[in-house]
Design a protein around this ligand. Sequence first.
Ligand code: SF4
Length: 220
Amino acid sequence: MSRLRKAPEDIRERLQKILEVLQHRYPQASLALSYDNGFELLVAVMLSAQCTDERVNQVTGTLFKKYKSPEDYLQIAREQLEEEIRPTGFYRNKAKSLQDCCRVLVEQFGGEVPQDIEQLVQLPGVGRKTAAMVLGNAYGLHQGIAVDTHVSRVAQRVQLSSAKTVEKIERDLMQLVPRERWTWFSNAVILHGRETCTARKPRCTVCVIEPWCLFPEKNL
Ligand code: SF4
């Protein structure tokens, strides 16, 4: 790939190229979290804050066998749940959020995960990132772009967004990326951020996006 190639300034032209190379690199990009349904994915994403997906999968491997529904999580003592999710870190806050969330699911949504982002973000402990991830991956509903630390960093470096908050970055990306690709895009960029555009030392020399990235501090 020629390093002399000039990065097109037009953001939509650059995005088109970025989508093409990411599609080639990550055609079936999906989450690394294990789940069998929307509720399990919701639990897994809530547990994944400040924790690796591998560790979450270890914990949920046992958890999901024992507890199948929001009602199940409400029937165990808080202390027991804390112990069971302890390896994921911040276990006291996570256990509280999980049970608070399950209580609202039972009381207001008949124990089902609402398939609407505005309703999902009303649940305790659920923000737009979690909601978009669950809706997109478990239900195939593209109602938002999950902007986690990787998506945020890559979008800013590549200069698909100059915004400073995840809300504004998501809004910028939603205007650029075709809606039917929102979920795949987020999953692919998360993988790209983990594997190549890493936080401390981006691997720009092997990056498929490099010709269309405007990051001024490329590691070439
Ligand atoms: S060229 Fe470097 S900074 Fe730009 S996306 Fe690739 S790894 Fe990240």
